[in-house]
Write a protein that binds this ligand. Structure first.
Ligand SMILES: Cc1cc2nc3c(=O)[nH]c(=O)nc-3n(C[C@H](O)[C@H](O)[C@H](O)COP(=O)(O)O)c2cc1C
Length: 266
């Protein structure tokens, strides 16, 4: 190395290039090595979100009241792939690797929604999706649906859990959104989320009828059971939440699935 001129232009470039190469190998190696961990964490996070929506896991906790872990609790659910148009289950599609949100972008596996249909501002709806079913004695105890729709600044992604009658909200939670903290971001406020269990999803004609309102109807009025208080200063976000729920429980969402499951559940 006696003749190595560390100040020459070519050697400076060679050393810089070697450093870039080494760093990129390290970064790519770490990224590849961490991928399975990231995937496992993502799956764990989704399970937690589903369990929280279903009221089986308290906010901020990763153990149930009885000390069960997320995996133990989630084992009570069966994940089914469902054809949204017919409401039939599809057993030839692997639920583990199926991503409805990705599929919605593929024109060969989704439908375009007209402006009249697209109350949740999705533009396209996937042909098949997933549902999470918890059964007790072969009867549905809880059903969790993946839901999404536009708020003010972007799409809110979450889960809507239904009680055994498939008409009553068990819980609602969003795991991703772009709403303003303190305004639309209050969709994550545990106090607001507490207003959802017990809310009726359908009106007396059987149509999606959730209403998020600034002033609730008087108690006893048929509409009162379908109403939730709006978030103040977040009219657009709350309207978005109302629309996305009504879309996903409707005919273009999980409506046909709910009908089939209700018949099967007796
Ligand atoms: C910086 C900023 C952020 C806002 N973020 C939201 C939001 O996340 N969701 C929302 O519905 N409205 C948001 N708004 C308010 C809306 O522009 C609108 O004023 C509000 O939805 C009206 O709600 P109200 O009728 O309950 O007062 C934001 C306004 C400003 C100036």
């Amino acid at each position: 190395m006696a003749n190595f001129d560390k100040d020459s232009l070519s050697n400076t470039f060679i050393v810089a290039l070697a450093m870039c190469l080494l760093c990129s190998i390290i970064v790519s190696g770490v990224a590849v090595a961490l991928k399975p961990t990231q995937q496992a964490n993502k799956e764990l996070d989704q399970k937690q979100n589903i369990l929280r929506a279903a009221g089986m896991l308290a906010e901020g906790s990763n153990l149930s009241a009885e000390g069960l872990t997320v995996d133990e609790l989630f084992a009570e659910f069966t994940v089914r792939v469902v054809d949204l148009e017919s409401g039939n289950f599809l057993d030839d599609v692997d639920a583990g690797s199926f991503d409805p949100i990705k599929v919605a972008k593929d024109p060969s596996r989704s439908i375009a929604l007209s402006s009249d249909q697209d109350i949740a501002t999705l533009r396209r709806r996937e042909n098949i999706s997933l549902v999470y079913i918890k059964t007790v004695d072969d009867q549905i105890d809880k059903l969790v649906l993946p839901v999404r729709g536009y708020g003010l600044w972007g799409t809110l992604f979450g889960y809507l859990a239904l009680d055994a009658d498939l008409e009553t909200v068990s819980g609602l939670g969003f795991y991703s959104h772009k709403e303003t903290p303190g305004l639309g971001g209050e969709v994550d406020n545990p106090n607001w989320k507490k207003l959802w269990p017990g809310v009726q999803l359908f009106d007396s004609a059987g149509d999606p009828g959730v209403r998020i309102v600034k002033r609730r109807s008087v108690a006893g009025n048929e509409m009162a059971a379908r109403e939730v208080d709006a978030l103040s200063g977040a009219t657009f976000t709350t309207r978005g939440v109302q629309n996305l729920i009504n879309f996903w429980i409707g005919d273009l969402g999980f409506g046909p699935t709910l009908q089939k499951l209700k018949l099967a559940n007796g």
